[in-house]
Design a protein around this ligand. Structure first.
Ligand code: 2RA
Length: 340
């Protein structure tokens, strides 16, 4: 016996990946429905070798459904998540709406699976931001061994993090560079993204950081340990899929780079690719479609007493969004619903 599963926002980048990953991981589904807003109604989406026609989120009755994966943005989530939760359907939400609510668990299964018990509070579980998810997978095992005091991270985030419009803008702008008359001005991004990098993701906060940077700080504390200090610089780069991060950590205890490599090799969800030779590391194009968070360039930071640097790459639509949501659904099925 399996589960009755809803995917809301099924026509977007993340919603489509949710359906792919549910099928790939053979999530025990008895029945599945793909929901979309009225403007995408009737659009066909793939679920394994089946095709689903999207139904109207606005009129959908969540009663009797076990799990709803939401990828619809904060405004729509505010309208539909409480109704689903009230009907007894667990909402796993990819928007930022509930992430910072102390009553709502924010879960990365490799890191804080036990937080699942908090589902009872509101029948809603939040999925972290993409840039946080991959980083905490790497930080947790290092923190368990040597207690991380401070993290300095710079991100190189792909345009798919900004949705399909972001991908279209990179594609059209790149073509427009070569075809006179087809130039495309920035609209989704603040500046030209083709052949450029942009040090702004999301809006500015009062202290001069951006909301994306703030999210990395607050979410890391909530998921791993409030005592970890994080400072982030988030940058959009002209890559379609796959976020990269250069991470520097300072730990309380000394952690040798070889031991760190061994710890990361053993850690769940991580694949270490770290050869000190040309090409002996992972780049975003190599992680597309993969489940793992790839760690490379592990090395001591000799400018502080106990410091390490590493390079962290993952498919942002997967570990950073859809995969993590499906893993939460798996956890809820195994630990709470225990069907079958
Ligand atoms: C981005 N963090 O990459 C966002 C997506 N959640 O823009």
């Amino acid at each position: 016996m399996g589960y009755r599963v809803v995917v809301a926002g099924a026509t977007g980048n993340v919603g489509r990946e949710m359906l792919n990953i549910l099928a790939e991981r053979q999530f025990p589904v008895d029945e599945i429905v793909a929901l979309a807003s009225r403007k995408s109604l009737g659009t066909e989406v793939s679920f394994g070798d089946k095709t689903l026609k999207t139904k109207d989120l606005d009129t959908f009755d969540f009663a009797g459904w076990d799990i709803a994966l939401f990828a619809i943005g904060s405004d729509a989530t505010k309208t539909y998540a409480p109704a689903a939760a009230k009907a007894g359907c667990l909402v796993i939400d990819n928007s930022s709406l509930y992430r910072y609510d102390p009553e709502i668990p924010l879960i990365v299964p490799e890191v804080n699976a036990d937080a699942i018990e908090g589902y009872k509070n509101k029948m809603i579980i939040a999925n972290p931001n993409c840039s946080t998810a991959q980083m905490v997978v790497a930080l947790k095992p290092l923190h368990d061994r040597a207690k991380i005091k401070r993290v300095v991270v710079s991100t190189y985030q792909s345009v798919s993090g900004a949705g399909k419009d972001g991908m279209d803008e990179l594609w059209d702008q790149t073509k427009g560079m070569y075809v006179p008359g087809q130039e495309r001005a920035p609209s989704k991004f603040q500046k030209q993204i083709a052949f450029n990098v942009i040090p702004q993701i999301d809006v500015f906060m009062e202290d001069g950081s951006t909301k994306e940077e703030w999210k990395m700080v607050v979410e890391t504390k909530k998921i791993i340990d409030p005592s970890i200090k994080v400072t982030a610089t988030c940058v959009r780069v002209p890559v379609f899929v796959g976020h990269s991060e250069a991470v520097n950590v300072e730990t309380e205890e000394f952690l040798d780079e070889d031991e760190a490599r061994d710890i990361l090799r053993e850690a769940p969800g991580i694949l270490v690719v770290d050869k000190r030779e040309p090409g002996g590391y992972t780049t975003p194009v190599e992680c597309v479609g993969d489940f793992a968070t790839f760690i490379s360039r592990i090395r001591q930071d000799s400018t502080v007493e106990n410091g390490l640097n590493f390079w962290c790459v993952s498919d942002n639509l997967r570990k950073g969004a859809a995969l993590n949501a499906v893993q939460i659904a798996e956890l809820y099925g195994q630990r709470i619903l225990k069907k079958g």
